[in-house]
Each structure stands twice: as C-alpha cells, then as structure tokens.
Design a protein around this ligand. Sequence first.
Ligand code: FAD
Length: 435
Amino acid sequence: MSEKTILVWFRNDLRIHDNEILSEAVRKADKVLPVFIFDPFYFKTSATGALKTGSFRARFLLQSVADLRKNLQAFGADLIIRTGEPAEVLTELAEQYHINEVYHHREVAPDETEVSERVEAALWKMQLNLKHFIGHTMYHKEDLPFPIKDIPDSFITFKKKVERDSTVRPCTVSPDHVTTPEITDAGEIPTLVELGVPEPIDDPRAVNTFTGGETAALNQLHQYLANNQQNNQGKNRVVQSSGLSPWLALGCISPRQVYWEVVNHQRENHLHGAEPLMLELLWRDYFRFMFKKHGQKFFRSEGFNSEAPDVATNQNDLFEHWKHGETGVPYIDAAMHELNATGYISNYSRQAVATYLTKDLQVDWTKGALYFEEKLIDYSPASNWGNWAFVAGVGNDTKSNRYFNAAKPTVQLESKSDFITTWLATDEGASTIPA
Ligand code: FAD
C-alpha cells in the first residue's frame, strides 16, 4: 500500500500546541508536509498609499513564521515557505510531494474564505480534498447550543446560553514527532522589503514589546499568570489585561489553551476571579461567530441598520487630523500617536478614539476600521470590524452598551496626564493642543 501524505497549510494558526490540524494529520498520515504561504494580497498598498498589513504586524508575522519553523524542526520536521497565490502554490506542492489531502483551519472573514474557496476549487481539479477544521475559538462551533444561523445577536443572551449549556473542550494532544517527506527546497522567509513593507522603527516610549511566535506567546501567558499572582497577593484575584491579542490573532496560541492554563493555574494556586479574561475571550468568540453568521454586513457603512449614520461634510479633513493625532484633543491625539508609533493601543484607547471619530467628529466608521486594519499589530477581521460596528452603533447587537456614552464628549472622560505627556511631549502633534 502506498504512503499517505497530508499537507498542513498553516494560516492564522502558527503553533504546535493545541493545533488540531497538525495533530490529526500526524495521526492519519505516514508523512506530513507543513506549509506557510506569504500571499501578496496581504501586502498590497492601496491607491492612497495605505498598506494592507502595516510594518509592525508584518514584522510580527515574519517572527511568528520563523518561530514555527524552528519549533517544527525540533519535532524532526521543517516548514516549507513560499510566496505566491495559495491556490497555485498548493497545487504545485501537491503535485511535487504526491499529496493525498490538504488540511487547513477555516476562517470567517470574506477575504479569507474566498482564498479557501479558490484553493478548494483548484485542488478539486486534481481530485484532492481540502479538509476544513474549526480551531480559532475558545468554544468549538459544534458545542454551541445553537446552529450558527440561530446564534442570538444579543451578546448577553449568547453569553448566558453558552455559559449554561456549553463547555470548553480540552486541548488536543501535541504530536511527539512530525515525519515529513524529503524536503529539497524549504524556501526562505522573505524580508519586509521583499514583501513591500517598510521596516518598523521601534519607539522607546512603547510600553509593550511584542515578538511574534508560539515561544513568545507561551512566555507572555506564563508571565501574565505569574504577575497576577504576585500583584494579587491577599486578594486572590486574576485581573489585568493579558496583552495576548497579537499572538491570539495569528494563532501563535489558542484561546482554548489560554482558558485551560488560566483555569489550572487558579486551581493550583487557590485563586479566583479570571472572569474578566474569560469574558473578553468570549467577546472574541462572539464576533467570530457573528462574522460567520452575517459576513459582509460588517463591512458596510450602514452595517445592520437601514441607513448609514450621518457624516460631517468635511469628514475627509477630520479623518486626516484624527489619523495623525492632530485633533487638538490631548487624549485622542496621544492615543493615535501611540498607535502610529507602536501598532498597539489599549482597549480603552481603542474605544475612545473610535467613539471620538464616529460620534464626535461624525466620520464614516469604516474609514477608522480600515485604518486600524493597517496599523494594529493584533488586527483580526472579526474583532476589529465587529468592535467598530459596535462603537458606531450599526452592529447586530443594539442592546449591549459597553462603550462610552456618546452623548458625553469622549474628551472629558479621562485625564491620564502621564500618558498624554508621554505621547505628545516630543511629538509634532503636541503643537496642536490648545493652551
Ligand atoms: P485581554 O483583556 O487580556 O483579553 C484577552 C483576549 O480577549 C484579547 O487578547 C483578545 O483576543 C480578546 N478580546 C478582548 N477584548 C475583546 C473585544 N472587545 N473584542 C474581541 N476580542 C476581544 N482585538 C483584537 O484582537 N484585534 C483587533 O483587530 C481589535 N480591534 C478593535 C477595534 C476597536 C475599535 C475596539 C474597541 C477593540 C478592538 N479589539 C481588537 C478588542 C480589544 O481592544 C483588544 O483585543 C484588547 O485591547 C487586547 O488586549 P489584551 O490582549 O490585553 O486583552
């Protein structure tokens, strides 16, 4: 009988732990061919000069792919790296390595699902199957107490039912070893210049440093757990934000692994109070499931409403000021400077700048979402477009009000003077602040 070889196509699942496609391929096949493809679509520059993937995220991706390759090598394998259109690359590799089946994780955003469809059609012509797995959420789609089409649009109802009727599956067992066919040309990781992306300049004011890859993701999680234990001596509570979003976005760590490590850490150390973190992970799941349910609606100015919100006649000028942190509003400008200089801002800042853009300046929210798409190091389609639609008041859930009160100007909500001084002090933007 001939050998069975499965090609594992890594996309936003750049990890070995709790990676069902890898474990399943190792279990089912004699040999496994791990592949990552840099698709030029994600490194385009628009007519206005905006990048689809900004410098900080592109560098983070290169680091993550390098780390995955290193980790796979430690398992006796390697990672084939190519740049090109996935359907073309995968069919070529399938032919070269006599592949029997291709595994990948299903995505939910339209661009990503279209790529999968093109790959599926191309493989089908070779009579090869593209097998879809679901591996990006904390709760597995099949364990939800409702089919995707019936998921409640209200987050509160979704949360209540999921927490009552579903459980988080255990992590998959990682393979001990990954056997590949003989790889003659594994390929090099492209440089940022080759991808058409400028090198990022690290700003010494940045509070967080993010290095891509599963190794750094696990360090971040363990550091987070250790810090919480230290900071909460006597209080026995797990608080603070985890700073895990860039790694979760690229799948360098799974939300399920975060869940179980936090639960086990709490048990072992007699801690409690991880609910805020679990709640945030549930918001992440919710937006992904909503994307699966509603798709393109999240990209329209009118969103789920019949009409788009009113916009200012000079919205293009206002948007330019907002982008460059030149609105004259200290907190907003400081946050935008931080975003432009580092690719990362806190959830509080995201809500503040998004609310300010949409409610105070009355600029079309999709402009802001597109700008975040370029800049954020943790950009993830469902989390970004879902949150923006929510802030703009055109989301699918009109009941959950967890955002700033639009009736009050955002400006008055926070002083945060150290933050403002840091991000405006040495910056040209500071000159626009009224005395
Ligand atoms: P924690 O508080 O530690 O939460 C744990 C994880 O839960 C996060 O890492 C993240 O994966 C998830 N999470 C937390 N809050 C949310 C939320 N509101 N919606 C969805 N998932 C959440 N998050 C992204 O990961 N990618 C984005 O592109 C993104 N765009 C956003 C745009 C706007 C306008 C707003 C208001 C929020 C956006 N968020 C996005 C959500 C949130 O701001 C970040 O996930 C959070 O700041 C990351 O910090 P953390 O890892 O310390 O989060």
